[in-house]
Design a protein around this ligand. Structure first.
Ligand code: SF4
Ligand code: SF4
Length: 430
């Protein structure tokens, strides 16, 4: 189906109709029997944990393994009321380590009151201490790094992949909460400028807001953050630099709406909105408690994925495969895509035939045909030094057009992850 959906790919741009168009309807997923919350890092067997199996938790309650970890931002907010039934190690993408907390849900919901008592006087400290795991994952911790002051916030009312409509939904339906979120961000940060980026068609619906409005043509890959910065600020993000190196923080529209809702209501939002894309490419917006197993989304739609179907967290170009229906909906899960076995472009072990398709389509003008040789050989540092690995904006187009079906994009992500691990290890070991 993806091949059919994207069959008019001829240039590095996709039409507007794949991004927005008529927004899909919203479906609520029933309260799950169990949620799984993921905490960064693994528990040390000798550690005296703050939480244990059998503990009762309330909705909106902060959970962490230790006070020290909590102070370092390693906490989650319980999305349900219930009882902790298990705490165990969890391995994510590229072997990232987490601690999973399973909570069996109770029939009656009770709200934790701690945040409510702080809502009248919004501060950055409160936001970092309670709202970092909000739906949309606001990058609040960036503001505590004095070495890289953030001067500009870009609120992204676009979505980072084809067919995904999550942030556009918030721009259309949650503008009041976004406006409150903007006011809060102005109050608690020292930024000079807040810009909200929306598809051109949506500008007239925004009204008064304490932010500059930037209208863009919602074409892929122009909607990716690197390209947005180029279009609206006229700045290139140098290879190997992050947005924060330029003093820029990207917030999703959903994250800003969630900040607004939290301070307005005194309750920490715990429901994630995501775009569900079925095998026919039909889209629905879905609301689910953070931690809901994605299998519950399928149950709601009476879908039973087959063994060889592909389950993708994210959209068709940039998403990552997952291998279990128990995988939880996370604060940054913007989309869930089910691809039928028969539509999956098979990865092959054919070598690169130097056709140049990947080079022609790459918006970052990388010599992808050369880059892939180093990546396949595991020579990541050479790939970065000689073939512009860090100029890649992760659009996924090269993988899509590769005639040898080489999973170039996956190689690129793995290489960047491995290099970041090596750099962290070097920094830690002095
Ligand atoms: S190398 Fe990166 S920027 Fe270029 S096409 Fe591939 S994923 Fe996109
Ligand atoms: S598209 Fe694939 S086969 Fe063609 S040059 Fe690029 S990596 Fe090689």
């Amino acid at each position: 189906m993806l091949e059919k959906l994207l069959s008019n790919l001829a240039t590095p741009r996709f039409g507007r109709e794949y991004i927005g168009g008529t927004l899909p309807g919203l479906q609520s997923i029933p309260m799950p029997q169990k949620v799984t919350l993921l905490l960064n890092g693994s528990a040390n067997p000798k550690e005296q944990l703050l939480i244990k199996e059998g503990d009762a938790v309330n909705t909106g309650q902060k959970l962490s393994l230790s006070e020290e970890r909590e102070e370092n931002g390693a906490y989650v907010i319980s999305s349900v009321t219930g009882t902790i039934s298990a705490i165990y190690p969890f391995t994510g993408d590229f072997g990232r380590t987490y601690t999973a907390i399973d909570i069996d849900t109770a029939t009656t919901e009770t709200r934790d009151e701690q945040f409510n008592s702080l809502k009248e006087d919004p501060t950055l400290e409160t936001a970092i201490a309670y709202l970092s795991g909000l739906p949309g994952n606001p990058p609040l911790a960036l503001f505590s790094n004095a070495e890289k002051p953030i001067r500009t916030i870009i609120i992204n009312g676009l979505d980072n992949d084809l067919l995904v409509a999550t942030n556009q939904y918030f721009v259309v339906t949650e503008m009041d909460n976004i406006k409150t979120g903007v006011e809060i961000l102005r109050k608690i940060t020292a930024v000079d400028r807040i810009i909200i980026v929306v598809p051109r068609d949506y500008v007239s619906g925004i009204g008064e807001i304490e932010a500059d409005i930037a209208a863009v043509d919602a074409q892929y890959p122009e909607i990716l953050p690197h390209n947005i910065i180029r279009h609206i600020l006229g700045q290139e993000v140098p290879a190997g630099k992050n947005f924060e190196d330029l003093g820029i923080a990207f917030f999703s529209a959903e994250a800003v709406a969630s900040i607004g809702e939290a301070f307005e209501s005194g309750e920490i939002p715990v429901t994630k909105t995501l775009t569900f894309i079925d095998k026919r490419g039909e889209r629905t917006l879905v609301e689910a408690k953070i931690g809901t197993p994605i299998g519950d989304v399928f149950k709601t739609y009476s879908i039973s994925p087959k063994d060889k179907d592909r389950l993708i967290i994210g959209g068709p170009m940039r998403g990552s495969c997952i291998y279990s229906e128990n995988h939880p909906v996370l604060p940054d899960t913007d989309a869930l895509f089910v691809q039928d076995e028969s539509d999956i472009a098979r990865v092959s072990d054919y070598p690169c035939i130097n056709c140049g398709e990947c080079v022609r389509i790459c918006p970052a003008r990388i010599s992808v045909n050369m880059l892939i040789r180093f990546l396949e050989a595991g020579q990541y540092e050479s790939a970065a030094d000689q073939y512009d690995l860090y100029s890649c904006i992760e659009c996924g187009l090269c993988s899509f057009v590769c005639v040898s079906k080489i999973p170039i994009f996956q190689y690129i992500r793995l290489a960047k992850y491995e290099l970041s691990r090596m750099n962290t290890a070097e920094a830690t070991n002095g």
